[in-house]
Design a protein around this ligand. Structure first.
Ligand code: ADP
Ligand code: ZN
Length: 293
C-alpha cells in the first residue's frame, strides 16, 4: 500500500512516500515559503504518486476538531501567510484521497508508540527538546486530543536557585518549560551555544532540573508507560542518566511502580526512530485517515 507523508515545518516541507508500516521509499524537501508558492510544490510531488491516503504532521497550533469547518487549519502562527491556512482542506481537494493531520509531536509520539521505543505499548509520552519544546501523548492506543491539543511545552515549572534567568524566555509565560529549557533558552542563559557547553557545565544541572520536573509532571498527570525524549538538546546523551536520577528524587517514591523504581533506564529513553519519526508518524496518520474514511 502506498501512502503519502508530509512533515510540515517552519523552515521546510518534507514529503515522502512509504507504507503502512512506516517504511519510507522516497522523499523530497521544499523550503517553506508563502503558501501560494509552497503548496504547488507539495501537490506536484504527490500528484502522480498513486497514494491511497496522506498523513500530515505539522507545526501548529492546529485546529484538530473534526466537527469544525476549519478542521486541519493552521491557526495562530506568526509565520507570514500561514495563519488560518487550510492546510488539510487544500491537500484534500487537490489530491482527492483521505487526509489525516496532527501536530508534529503527536505524529512522532504515534510513531514511537507503534513502531519505535514504545513498540507494543498503548501509552507513551514523547517530547522534543529543540528550538521549541512540544509533547504528544498516546493514551489507550490513541493520540490524546481535547479542546485543542496538549501544549505540554508551556507547563509551568518552579525555578531553581542556580538559574540566573529564573523567568525563562517565553513571550507568553514566566517560568514555562519551553521558555526555561529549549535550546535557545540555554544559549541566552549562558551566552554559549548548547552544542558547545561541556558536560560538566552547571548549565546541564539546571537543564536536568527542568526536564526532571517535566517528567514528574508528566508521570503524575498522564501515568504513561514510557517517556521518550528527543530533539536537538537531547543529543547530549549525558542528560539521560541525570534526568532519570533527578526524576526519582523528585518523585520521592510516591509513584510506586517497578517500571519507575527499578527500571527507570528503560522508562525515560531516547527515541528509537531518530530522524525518521516525523515521516513514519505521518504515514501512520495516513493509515488512520484511510481506516476512518
Ligand atoms: P527543531 O526543534 O528546530 O526542529 P532540533 O530538534 O534539532 O530542531 O533543535 C534545535 C535546537 O537544539 C537548537 O536550539 C540547538 O541549540 C539545540 N541543539 C542541537 N543540537 C544540539 C546538541 N548536539 N547539543 C545541544 N543542543 C543542541
Ligand atoms: Zn510559554
Amino acid at each position: 500500500m502506498l501512502l503519502g507523508a508530509l512533515e510540515a515545518g517552519g523552515t521546510k516541507m518534507v514529503c515522502a512516500i512509504g507504507d503502512e508500516n512506516g517504511n519510507v521509499f522516497e522523499r523530497a524537501s521544499f523550503p517553506t515559503r508563502m503558501p501560494e508558492e509552497t503548496m504547488p510544490d507539495i501537490i506536484g510531488y504527490f500528484k502522480d504518486k498513486k497514494i491511497e491516503a496522506l498523513g500530515i504532521s505539522s507545526f501548529g497550533p492546529l485546529n484538530l476538531d473534526e466537527t469544525s469547518p476549519d478542521f486541519g487549519n493552521i491557526t495562530t502562527t506568526p509565520k507570514p501567510g500561514w495563519a488560518n491556512y487550510p492546510l488539510r482542506r487544500t491537500l484534500l481537494e487537490a489530491l482527492k484521497v483521505p487526509v489525516g493531520i496532527d501536530t508534529d509531536v503527536n505524529g512522532a509520539a504515534l510513531a514511537e508508540a507503534r513502531i519505535g521505543a514504545g513498540k507494543g505499548l498503548d501509552s507513551l509520552v514523547y517530547y522534543t527538546i529543540g528550538t521549541g519544546i512540544g509533547g504528544g501523548a498516546v493514551v489507550g492506543g490513541k493520540l490524546l486530543h481535547g479542546l485543542v491539543h496538549p501544549e505540554m511545552g508551556h507547563m509551568l515549572l518552579r525555578p531553581v536557585k542556580d538559574d540566573p534567568t529564573p523567568k525563562g524566555f517565553c513571550p507568553y509565560h514566566d517560568g514555562c518549560l519551553e521558555g526555561m529549557a529549549n535550546g535557545p533558552a540555554i544559549e541566552k542563559r549562558w551566552g554559549v551555544s548548547a552544542k558547545e557547553l561541556p558536560p560538566e557545565h552547571i548549565a546541564w544541572d539546571v537543564e536536568t532540573e527542568y526536564l526532571a520536573q517535566m517528567c514528574v509532571n508528566t508521570i503524575v498527570v498522564l501515568s504513561p508507560k514510557k517517556i521518550v525524549l528527543g530533539g536537538g538538546v537531547m543529543h547530549q546523551l549525558h542528560l539521560f542518566p541525570k534526568i532519570r536520577k533527578r526524576t526519582l528524587e523528585l518523585l520521592n517514591g510516591y509513584v510506586a511502580h517497578s517500571a519507575i523504581l527499578e527500571d527507570i533506564d528503560n522508562y525515560i529513553v531516547p527515541p528509537a526512530l531518530g530522524d525518521n519519526a516525523g515521516a513514519a508518524g505521518s504515514l501512520l496518520l495516513a493509515l488512520e485517515a484511510l481506516k476512518s474514511a
